[in-house]
Design a protein around this ligand. Structure first.
Ligand code: ATP
Length: 872
């Protein structure tokens, strides 16, 4: 039997593809087949394709076991390293995704298993969502029944609340970024636009997401926006799509395809939400509160949690972020392969050798070191969890079995499956013992139970499936510790909770549920009694099973989401948050109030050598010293050239054709349209949207220190600006490089790059003119900025499931679909997650006047894409 190749076997390997590491692997007792491997994973079929490349199915192998030792299915996002230029927004996107996922442990958020790399690829190993894409699920069913939609929306909101409680916002929530697991639980994925907010700086300035799901405030104003509210809007659109089978505001006769973003948002802000008959009043009410254009009037996540439509899932929704973390932590214990008899760990080693790697040319790829060593970085200190200690113990016999023998293609790694099953069981039991509690939305008028009743009536079984079997022996001090009893079939690692003894001096309190204590009185305005919690912790209830929830939505008093750090926290929330002895700055008063805010420093990991201060404009706006200016300009130029190259490569994909069309449209259409001058754009971005990676060179030292940092994400105006200015920037970079650094090698490199970029642009121009000739020979020259013909536009419309006509509703209802490009590229989909800040340049309301501009190279390129798109 061939063992799993050592990690080093694919480091520094010849620059081919992952296929070069084909291994002959025993497969069954008889058949020997070649398998493509990537590190310890056997690569399977393509699951999908995104911006960064293909996502492949993978099976991990555990060396030393017998044949058929495929243990776990994963999804591996394979990112070609040469597709992600250093310091580019793509690189940042990847880091953002990894850094965010690293901190998120929620059953409805796709789990990051690890990150691997070789000389050619970076492999982001994710939990496998075997249920497929959510939009397809809706598409298949045309629309979801209310109960199903309610369950899935509860899961979505739970995941969103969880990430908000961590101080993260997704900013690109849409159907296409939701997957399903085997049990049809929702998994939020694609965290490329994730960002963090802090109590001090809640507002964000980078507009991103997909137009049809983006909150109006992102588009109609250039003002900073409250990112959580934008996520809530997107959730509303998703819910509407679940229930209706089509997107809201998709019936504008003047903009039937919704590809005119300006019109779309004018329509959204001016047209009342309409519902098809089959959406009942209660979800309508929730949708009305969610899809309010004014973010200050829009419902908060807390409001959603408390909405009566979601009441059937209130137990699930009441699981706190702390609890999800505990559950996840213990699942990790469960997943750990058993120790081998010889004492060696059967766990394949974390890729210590992957701290750094070289490509085939021996070049260090330090910029992309973000493998398992990054993944395995410790979770940032989370004071709220300081009371919890997970103690491992020898696994149960069941755990010693190979997972393959139990279930060859098991979803043993499905966080959602285990945790959600636990919640479902808890809910079932709860409903069994409380028949008056509604189990369907039809009874949703029933109010939440009172906090007092919830103390005693909440099912104790929540943790039974989620946490390992207790071991009395491991309890060091029964007086100070609490055993959380767990399901006997889930292994034997104990879950030992050491309460913090109400250590008010340290600002910590023990989550009541985890300590199996009676919930303190939670009525709003009533002071939380920590001594009560303490007493309970030390009471005779030690061996009682914990209540599944530690707070109840109704236990929260409403608080002003927009206030920053000064919010008075409802007493019940204090059980989960640091007390007054800790500055309120230390946690975000999010709707669900978690004490586990990701520390700013921990999210923007130092491990990636990307200058996050430069490229994540939302996070930090900073100046820079002049010495790094040349490098930055150079990087930007390199990036711009690469972007042009990539654009050409992506012709087969129509992914951005609509956006290019829109860009052209914004430049040229109608009296309200605004043409954004480069200077204008720079000015605007530097003043009001100071995000991103476009560095504008400054003439004086002072100016150099005030570099405006604009959108690093693919803002299309910025992209065009980059293209347009690339020539100048090259000159600038070259000059600056010469002035600041007389390193001949640098100059040589720059000139080589410039030459190659110039030749690349030249060939692009040639192709462009050839295409123009071809097009003009075939048909009348298309009007620049004109709308894509509807039949085509229906295909081109990214990220916007379409609607088809339904007689019962005047709205058009094209089935939700994520369109394929062509037969060869079935998995490639149209999903435009874009920086839409540029769209704000379009005059929607009170935007500045347009100024004419000269045609430029970039515009020609854009025209080319547009024509190509129309032709297709
Ligand atoms: N964990 C997963 N399990 C199963 N399939 C997955 C998983 N992750 C991604 N896929 C499939 O791969 C496709 C592309 O994945 P993903 O959206 O994460 O890539 P991406 O490069 O981030 O794309 P983009 O940023 O353009 O949305 C998805 O639409 C889905 O079909």
């Amino acid at each position: 039997m061939t063992s799993v190749p050592q990690r080093h076997t694919y480091y520094g390997a010849p620059a081919s593809t992952y296929t070069q590491s084909r291994q002959s692997v025993a497969f069954g007792n008889t058949q020997k087949r070649k398998h493509v491997t990537f590190g310890p994973y056997i690569i399977g079929s393509t699951l999908g394709e995104g911006e960064f490349g293909k996502v492949k199915m993978g099976w991990s192998k555990i060396s030393g076991s017998s044949s058929m030792d495929v243990s776990k299915q994963v999804a591996i996002k394979l990112v070609r390293r040469d597709n992600i230029p250093k310091n580019s927004e793509k690189e940042v996107k990847i880091y953002r995704e990894i850094n965010a996922l690293k901190h998120l442990n929620h059953p409805n958020i796709v789990k990051l298993e690890e990150v691997l790399q070789n000389s050619k690829y970076i492999g982001i190993v994710l939990e496998y969502a075997s249920g497929g894409e959510f939009y397809k699920y809706i598409q298949k069913k045309r629309r979801l029944k209310e109960n199903a939609a309610c369950r899935l929306f509860a899961q979505l909101i739970s995941g969103v609340c969880y990430m908000h409680s961590k101080g993260l916002v997704h900013r690109d929530l849409k159907l296409e970024n939701l997957l399903l697991d085997k049990q049809e639980n929702l998994l939020i994925t694609d965290f490329g636009f994730v960002n963090e907010f802090s109590p001090e700086e809640e507002l964000m300035k980078t507009s991103c997401g997909s137009p049809c799901y983006a909150a109006p405030e992102l588009v109609v104003t250039a003002k900073p926006y409250e990112a959580r509210k934008a996520d809530i809007w997107s959730c509303g659109v998703i819910l509407y799509a679940m229930l209706a089978g089509y997107l809201p505001w998709d019936d504008d006769p003047d903009n039937p395809d919704g590809d005119d973003i300006g019109k779309l948002y004018r329509y959204i802000t001016r047209t009342p939400l309409k519902f098809p008959d089959y959406i009942t009043p209660v979800p309508r009410d929730l949708l009305r509160e969610t899809l309010i254009a004014d973010p200050t009037k829009r419902i908060t996540t807390l409001g959603i949690l408390q909405h009566r439509w979601l009441q059937p899932h209130h137990l699930f929704l009441a699981v706190t972020p702390v609890e999800w973390d505990h559950i996840s932590k213990n699942q990790d214990i469960l997943r750990r392969p058993p120790p081998r008899k010889d004492g060696a760990s059967s766990t394949r080693p974390r890729s210590a050798c992957s701290v750094s790697s070289s490509n085939s040319k021996g070049e260090k790829r330090n910029s992309l070191i973000m493998d398992s060593s990054l993944y395995s970085q410790p979770v940032p200190p989370q004071q709220s969890q300081s009371h919890a200690v997970a103690v491992s113990s020898s696994p149960s016999p069941r755990m010693r079995q190979s997972p393959v023998k139990r279930n060859r293609h098991s979803r043993s790694n499905s966080a959602a499956s285990v945790a959600l099953q636990a919640v479902v069981d808890a809910e079932k039991e709860y409903h069994a013992t409380h028949p008056t509690v509604p189990t369907s939305t039809s009874a949703s008028t029933l109010q939440f139970e009172s906090p007092a009743s919830s103390q005693h009536n909440t099912s104790p079984r929540l943790y039974q499936h989620a946490l390992p079997k207790p071991s009395i022996n491991t309890v060091s001090s029964l007086r100070d510790s609490v055993i959380v009893e767990t399901s006997p079939q889930k292994g034997s690692a104990p879950f030992l909770i050491t309460p913090a003894h109400n250590d008010l001096a340290s600002g910590l309190v023990v989550p009541a549920t985890l300590g199996n204590v009676t919930m303190p009185s939670t009525s709003a305005g009533q002071k939380t009694s920590h001594s009560t919690a303490s007493h309970s912790l030390h009471s005779s209830s030690l061996h009682r099973r914990p209540r599944p929830t530690s707070y109840h939505p109704t236990s929260f008093s409403a608080f002003n989401e927009s206030s920053t750090g000064t919010t008075t926290i409802a007493p019940s929330r204090k059980d989960y948050e640091e007390t007054a002895t800790v500055s309120s700055k230390n946690y975000q008063p999010t709707d669900r109030g978690s004490p586990q805010m990701i520390q700013k420093d921990s999210f923007t990991l130092s491990k990636p050598l990307v200058d996050l201060q430069l490229v994540t404009g939302d996070l930090i706006k900073t100046g820079d010293d002049s010495d790094s200016v040349a490098q930055k300009i150079h990087d930007q130029v390199e990036d711009a050239a690469h972007r042009v190259d990539m654009s050409r490569q992506r012709r087969k994909s129509q992914r951005y054709s609509m956006v290019y069309d829109r860009l052209v449209g914004l430049m040229t259409e109608g009296p309200e349209e605004r043409v954004v001058e480069d200077e204008d754009l720079s000015k605007q971005n530097s003043e009001s949207i100071p995000q991103g990676g476009q560095v504008k060179s400054a003439s004086s030292n002072e100016n150099k220190k005030r570099f405006s940092i604009m959108s690093v994400q693919p803002s299309f105006n910025n992209a065009s600006k980059l293209s347009m200015e690339s020539g100048n920037q090259r000159e600038n970079s070259s000059d600056t490089g010469r002035l600041k650094n007389e390193d001949f090698a640098t100059l040589h490199k720059l000139s080589l790059e410039r030459d190659s970029a110039q030749s690349s642009r030249q060939s692009s121009r040639q192709r462009l003119s050839a295409k123009e000739n071809e097009i003009s020979g075939r048909k009348e020259s298309p009007v620049v900025g004109s709308r894509i013909p509807s039949t085509k536009a229906a295909v081109d419309r990214k990220g916007s499931p379409q609607v088809i006509t339904n007689a019962s509703n005047v709205q058009r209802k094209v089935p939700l679909r994520k369109t394929s490009k062509n037969s060869q590229d079935k998995t490639k989909i149209n999903r435009a997650s874009v920086m839409i800040s540029s769209m704000a340049n379009k005059s929607v309301d009170g935007m500045p006047e347009a100024r004419p501009r000269e045609p430029s190279t970039a515009k020609k390129v854009i025209d080319f894409f547009k024509r190509r798109s129309m032709r297709l």
